[in-house]
Ligand binder design. Structure first.
Ligand code: NAD
Length: 233
């Protein structure tokens, strides 16, 4: 399989991450089906598509045609099987609960085409904890988008020991096509790459505060204006 075989993306979960990942993929030319157990979340995500696209047209970021085409490429369904039956790439973004993800991956494995790659957007549950719920562990990996997914460029592609090189390569190529910047995390470490770095920065900031080196405000200012961190440490 190669990147040109990826045409249909399924997103599981229409919450904070899922609705924006779905819309981003549709804007970038993919057919997207998003599913959620909550009809309310599906309706909210569907309404957001119209509001967001209209706003992009107003700001001159998308043409009317581009917005209309993106709208036509995205749909929402409460039915998991409908969502994944034609998927080439699945991105799971449901609640951060291992048992929920295990059940979901087992179900998706039965419903999605055998070639489909199954990614989890989880920030903390590594795919090696989920992969064995499927018969395709080599195709199960973490593809970690940042919040808000329509804006943030970084995506961490985490290749656990069970993940094939082909799967990791395609996931990274997909990030390129989505106009994201991907990083290849070669080991399943807690926090992946960026959150580990942030953790150390946070601990150092806390230490400096406790030692009376600088005020909260000045530590924030240093991070915002010196390091380009929009929200401080
Ligand atoms: N919020 C963040 O900043 C952030 C950033 C990166 C990654 N993540 C990861 O993304 C995932 C989702 O986080 P979120 O913030 O979008 O959560 P959220 O609570 O906003 O959304 C989760 C959605 O999953 C739905 N859901 C629950 N069970 C389901 C099922 N069986 N099938 C389909 N949908 C189901 C819920 O109805 C809800 O709409 C988590 O694994 C989290 O670790 C979150």
């Amino acid at each position: 399989m190669n990147i040109d075989d990826i045409k249909n993306i399924s997103v599981i979960g229409a919450g904070n991450m899922g609705h924006q990942i779905s819309l981003h993929c549709a804007i970038k030319g993919y057919n997207v089906t998003c599913t959620d157990v909550s009809e309310k979340m599906l309706k909210k995500a569907d309404d957001f598509v119209d509001t967001y696209l209209a706003g992009r047209v107003e700001k001159g970021k998308l043409t009317q045609d581009q917005a209309r085409e993106a709208r036509a490429r995205i749909c929402f369904t409460p039915d998991l099987e409908t969502a994944v039956k034609d998927a080439d790439f699945v991105i799971e973004a449901v609640l951060e609960v291992l048992d929920l993800k295990l059940k979901l991956f087992a179900d998706i494995d039965k419903m999605a085409p055998p070639h489909a790659i199954l990614a989890t957007n989880s920030s903390a549950i590594v795919s090696s904890k989920i992969a064995d719920a499927t018969d395709r562990p080599e195709k199960v990996l973490n593809v970690h988008f940042f919040n808000p997914a329509l804006v943030m460029k970084l995506v961490e592609v985490v290749q656990g020991p069970h993940v094939s090189d082909e799967t990791a390569r395609i996931a990274m190529a997909l990030c390129d096509r989505l106009d994201k910047v991907s990083v290849h995390v070669k080991k399943e470490v807690s926090g992946f790459l960026l959150n580990r770095i942030f953790k150390v920065i946070g601990m150092e900031a806390q230490w400096m505060l406790e030692m009376g080196v600088a005020s909260v405000e000045d530590i924030d200012k240093a991070c915002v204006y010196g390091a380009g961190h929009p929200m401080g440490p």
